[in-house]
Design a protein around this ligand. Structure first.
Ligand code: FES
Length: 238
């Protein structure tokens, strides 16, 4: 049997097994790394770039969620450069995000809000065009506020890769890219399972449980394991 390999994280030697990413090794060792597009239920995506780390001998920071750990690596997860880059990423996301945390359904349970606060990201650093799209309630159980979407792809990936419903997909290009059902069948509400996995995957207030709106902010609500009224199968994700 081969002995586990080791990498050095912030000066401490950590063992890992083959196939693990740097993010997985760090989290396994209790080293926190900020993420927005990562979801343990999904394949690594590498979209948000918040999980960047420095690796000795590599000139540019790399996304830890998509970089495999290799024996002998020396990884730094916190530095002034990483903090500056993460803050800039957050400020770019906030440049096209409504300033309504005070009354947002996801307040207190929003990955973007939490990280923006932690890194001191400013809403007004990159003023420019913003989406001004209407709230969508064409799904009877899920409210979609596209202006709050950060295009992390978690909802579309979980719908297509885990639930296999194929209800939503990222559509359009560039500034207009967003999750939608615009391709018509099979990507339409007709094959939505109403499982709520997309809501559970959303790190912001873009997708919320319609029935729960106005009944208490997500961060104030105590969650209990139960069988929800969507499908009755008892997946216990809510
Ligand atoms: Fe790694 Fe988003 S969590 S790039």
């Amino acid at each position: 049997m081969t002995s586990p390999a080791t990498i050095v994280i912030n000066g401490k030697e950590v063992q890992f097994t083959g196939g693990q990413t740097i993010l997985e090794v760090c989290r396994g060792a209790g080293v926190p790394i900020p993420t927005l597009c990562h979801d343990n239920r999904l394949k690594p995506y590498g979209g948000c770039r918040l999980c960047i780390v420095e690796i000795k001998g590599v000139p540019r920071p790399l996304a830890s969620c998509t970089t495999p750990a290799e024996a002998g690596m020396e990884v730094t997860t916190e530095s002034p450069r990483l903090t500056r880059l993460r803050k800039t990423v957050l400020e770019l996301l906030l440049s096209n995000h409504p300033n309504d945390c005070m009354c947002c359904e996801a307040a207190g349970n929003c990955g973007l809000q939490t990280l923006a606060y932690r890194f001191g990201a400013r809403l007004d650093r990159f003023p420019g065009e913003q989406w001004q799209l209407p709230i969508r309630q064409d799904n009877p159980f899920i409210t979609y506020e596209p202006n709050k979407c950060i295009v992390c792809g978690r909802c579309t990936r979980i719908c297509n890769e885990v639930v296999m419903a194929g209800t939503i997909s990222l559509v359009n290009r560039g500034f207009e890219v967003m999750p939608d059902t615009a391709f018509a069948k099979p990507r339409s509400l007709d094959n939505c399972e109403f499982c709520g996995q997309c809501v559970s995957a959303c790190p912001t207030g873009a997708l919320t449980d319609t029935k729960g709106r106005g009944l208490g902010r997500a961060g104030d609500v105590t969650k209990v394991k139960t069988t929800c009224t969507y499908c009755g199968t008892g997946c216990n994700f809510f």
